[in-house]
Design a protein around this ligand. Structure first.
Ligand code: 5GP
Length: 120
């Protein structure tokens, strides 16, 4: 489990297409791609292309509000394209207690099965 850092992450290489990912949505600001270690039948990540200080959600400032809203819009837009009309879960892991491992803000979108609550 990687320590928190401001260094570039593996997601930068996915954005630049240096490493392959199964990309299912892309626009000027955001990218969605399937998680390499899916925790549900459908599990994708939504990330900002420009991390712009958002190593983690708790770094958000007022200036990030439009981007944060856009990422949430992309989450549901792609969820609908993935036939998750029966429901899905959006999760952000923040920091050590949130078990965050990649320090480039990302929304997890999971569905295709009954999700339990509370999560572990
Ligand atoms: P976190 O624990 O930081 O919230 O989640 C990071 C997620 O990124 C994990 O679910 C992990 O499986 C996923 N991940 C890490 N490296 C890669 C990669 O190289 N490609 C893809 N597609 N997903 C990755």
């Amino acid at each position: 489990h990687m320590a928190e850092t401001d260094a570039p992450t593996i997601f930068d290489k996915i954005i630049s297409k240096e490493i392959k990912a199964n990309i299912i949505y892309e626009d000027d600001e955001a990218l969605a791609f399937r998680d390499i270690s899916p925790q549900a039948p459908v599990h994708f990540l939504v990330i900002p292309k420009n991390r712009s200080g958002l190593t983690r959600l708790s770094k958000a400032t007022e200036a990030h509000k439009p981007l944060l809203g856009h990422l949430m819009w992309v989450a549901q837009h792609v969820a609908m394209k993935e036939n998750l009309g029966d429901g899905f879960r959006v999760t952000v892991n923040d920091g050590p207690n949130g078990s965050q491992s990649v320090y480039h803000l990302h929304l997890h979108v999971m569905g295709g099965r009954q999700m339990g609550w509370p999560p572990g």
